[in-house]
Design a protein around this ligand. Structure first.
Ligand code: AMP
Length: 212
């Protein structure tokens, strides 16, 4: 299985697992959130348009996200396989994906909302290399600094409580219906996302390698 979607609510651990699996299986890690944040940081016209939606925790319009994703999929490293992290997020994106590049499986991250809120409020990221930390369960070696490049860690504006509430709501209304969409197509592979990153990684590896 070389074309995968990671589907789940914000804070479920999709990004952490996508990095691990992509490294191990030599897949491209395609995070539309990372692509959009890079466009915002670079102040491209697309980034400027997306910025307000991201800050508010709302979905960026499909047309913008599709544009950025299609460009990324054209790069050579994506040709031999990818992990899509954060896309699709609604039915029309799922239908667009079917046209652009059908996938082999959709890993769904199952986790209760209380845990998500705790995780998102403790999350800090490196603005330079996008590494993700958790001030409680996975703190950096030096408080407030990235282990890899020493940059000062930041809290994503959309990890603040008001935007988190909106994101969970958007997930429930727009994205969660994709669980049925992919179940009907026999592509859905649920994992229990409550465990440690190592425990979740083991489940995903078993799925990808086709072992029980
Ligand atoms: P993420 O890093 O996946 O949590 O995404 C952060 C934010 O980027 C989301 O709350 C949305 O505002 C935007 N975003 C990321 N991916 C998508 C997508 N597939 N469709 C629409 N908006 C997206």
């Amino acid at each position: 299985m070389r074309r995968l979607v990671f589907l789940g609510p914000p804070g479920a651990g999709k990004g952490t697992q996508a990095v691990l699996l992509a490294r191990e299986q030599k897949l491209a890690h395609l995070s539309t959130g990372d692509m959009l944040r890079a466009a915002v940081a670079a102040q491209t016209p697309l980034g400027q348009e997306a910025d307000g939606y991201i800050r508010a925790g709302r979905l960026v319009p499909d047309e913008l996200v599709l544009r950025i994703l299609k460009d990324r999929l054209r790069q050579p490293d994506a040709a031999s396989g990818f992990v899509l992290d954060g896309f699709p997020r609604n039915r029309s994106q799922a239908e667009a994906l079917e046209r652009i590049s059908p996938v082999d499986a959709v890993v769904s991250f199952e986790i209760p909302n209380e845990i998500l809120v705790q995780r998102l409020s403790a999350r800090r990221i490196c603005p330079k290399c996008q590494s993700v930390y958790n001030v409680e369960s996975r703190p950096p070696r030096i408080p407030g600094r990235c282990d890899l490049d020493g940059s000062e860690l930041v809290q994503r504006p959309d990890d603040l409580p008001e935007a988190v509430a909106t994101r969970l709501d958007v997930y429930a209304k727009a994205t969660a219906p994709l669980l049925d969409y992919y179940r009907e197509r026999s592509l859905l592979r649920p994992v229990n996302a409550r465990g440690t990153p190592e425990e979740v990684a083991l489940q995903i590896r078993a799925l990808v390698h086709g072992t029980p």
